[in-house]
Design a protein around this ligand. Structure first.
Ligand code: PGA
Length: 253
């Protein structure tokens, strides 16, 4: 069975002290996970090693970086490479979040390079896709998301997609409190899975975890995660509160 994942995306929030406390609070709850469930904390770069240390005795808990650069090393002041993350034994990298696409001009081609460099360094990308409001209103979201996937991922060999993670995050639902309905999420997730199935076959498509992101909270996680093609969530605001995120973890199927 593909993994069911509760992934926190802290974004640019929390001081070191607050990060410490939050990780302690959540890990001390000792929420037991089934072998198919995982918890991932997407933390800012300076906290990666600390966070790894904190979760290492909790089975099924992992750390993600929120980004990496598309080059292995060199004169790129301020950037962090997949090679570096891998040497720090980080498991996952969030790639192509809509905030990076918007504020840092990351396009589908650059994201394809980032996915490649993550995979070749043993890092699992959490590849984000999702449409802005005007695309949803024009009812062209399926084609829009399909293009994001094709342009950034369809060059991959099928073996690279085993246990791959995709996060569908409709931009109009991020940080707005306006969640996609569980039905809207399921509809898009099924579409995304069918896009992979057409290119790579059913077995690969069925092995990909597709997370929903956009105003996931303790009070809606269970319903959204309960849908057949929704394999957990990528959670922003609600992942910054220990009790709330703990409930979200418990909402995994
Ligand atoms: P949100 O953010 O849960 O605060 O809407 C989700 C995300 O951007 O990953």
């Amino acid at each position: 069975m593909r993994k069911q994942i509760a992934a926190a995306n802290w974004k640019m929030n929390l001081t070191l002290q607050q990060a410490n406390e939050l990780l302690d609070e959540i890990t001390n709850k000792n929420i037991s996970l089934s072998p198919d469930q995982q918890v991932v904390f997407g933390v800012p770069f300076p906290y990666l090693l600390l966070a790894s240390e904190k979760v290492k005795s909790n089975a099924g808990y992992f750390i993600a970086a929120q980004n990496c650069y598309n080059q292995a090393s060199g004169a790129y002041t301020g950037e962090v490479s997949a090679v570096m993350l891998s040497s720090c034994e980080i498991g996952f990298v969030i790639i192509g979040h809509s905030e990076r696409r918007e504020y840092f001009w990351e396009d589908n081609e650059m994201l394809a390079q980032k996915v490649d460099i993550c995979l070749s360094n043993g890092l699992k990308p959490i590849f984000c896709c999702g449409e802005p409001l005007e695309i949803r209103e024009a009812e062209t979201q399926n084609a829009y998301v399909e293009t994001q996937i094709k342009e950034s991922l369809f060059h991959l060999e099928s073996s690279a997609l085993h246990n791959f993670v995709v996060a569908y995050e409709p931009i109009w639902a991020i940080g707005t409190g306006k969640t996609a309905s569980a039905e809207q999420a399921q509809e898009m997730h099924a579409h995304i899975r069918s896009v992979f199935a057409q290119k790579y076959g059913n077995d690969i498509a069925e092995s990909i975890s597709i997370l929903y992101g956009g105003s996931v909270k303790a009070n809606n996680a269970n319903e959204i995660f309960g849908k057949k093609d929704v394999d957990g969530g990528l959670v922003g605001g609600a992942s910054l509160k220990a009790d709330e995120f703990a409930e979200i973890i418990k909402g995994l199927k």
